[in-house]
Write a new protein. Sequence first.
Length: 402
Amino acid sequence: MMSTSKIVGAVEIGTAKITVLVGEVLEGQSLNIIGLGEAPSQGVQKGVVVDFKVASKLVHDALARAEKAAGASIDAVYISQSGSHLNGFFHTSTVNVSSSTGTVYDSDVERAVKEAKAKELPDDRVYLHHIHNGYTLDGRPVVEPVGMQGEKLSLSYWSIHGDIQQVRDNIHVINAFGLTVEEAIVSSLASGLMVTTDAEREHGVLVIDFGAGTTDYVLYQGGFVRASGSIPVGGDHITNDLSLGLRISQKQAESLKIEFGKARLESADEEEKVWLIGDKMIGDRHLPKAALVKIIEARAQELVGIIFQQLKRVYEPKSIPAGIIMTGGASLLPSLGNLVESTFHQEVKMGITPSWVREDLASPAYSTALGLLHFALTGQAMQVPRSSGRSRLWGRVAKIFN
């Protein structure tokens, strides 16, 4: 019997860069990464498409390069979704067990699932994920309630929704290349899945994905997603602060950030001098490294503080014994981990990709795209209960194109 395979594309339309990874899923059991295509990003701000024509051209360039590198055509696309338009809420539904014997049946689970997903959104919002957060039977946690006995069955979801127009724009960019979007996955879920283990998610762990235009996070407790969010601040904002504060170009500011930037000021920085432009020509000048670091530190403190405030209701250090994992291109800023650690009072480490990821992709910058491919293989990011099935994108967001 011939083996069956499917060629899937993982597309991340970032603020600074567009990344396309191509994977071959073999019989739904294994994944080979066979192609990479990249392009500089334009027409995207803070994770949102603001110039459809420009963004589409560059995404299509990246898709074409990825297909050429793979030597194959993409069958379906998994696309990441980011931006401050994303919101989430935690909801628990409780139903009475219908059997006179108190035995839980599939029909009881289905009623609980239906009730948990029944909350209607405004017309301009659409659900992207209903992420299962476990069952309780008469108040005690259970893994599989069917066949057990009790009176009240409860289940919980972390539901993520977004602006319908902004979700539609991302999908249209891919459709214009002649491809179908099979799933739109929130970026934090994709990157979080890639840089954590089952054990870390079970124990409790926070993943923060520092990107160029946005910073995304996801909090796991007991193996479930307890909270997620997207903040419209990233590495590009630090570059912009340097450009304005030091009166230099964006290009010069980015170079300074990469070469001398750090998120925490140290006493030695007061004595050290750096060249502002770096060409040592007329107009170039020395300045204290402290002036540079202070600008970066102010923005980094603001960003980390926002994350902490958004998680304040559900976070406490003892709830995530596996610590905090940083990923994303902007996470490479020196001493950013120290700042996160002092804010959250928890150990911080850099995310490590699994051993099966080839060396040239084992960078924090690829964690989201890799997570999309992993989801294409496993469907794990959704954590949908056994009885409800896994609906496809078009079933969930059909109203997008109505």
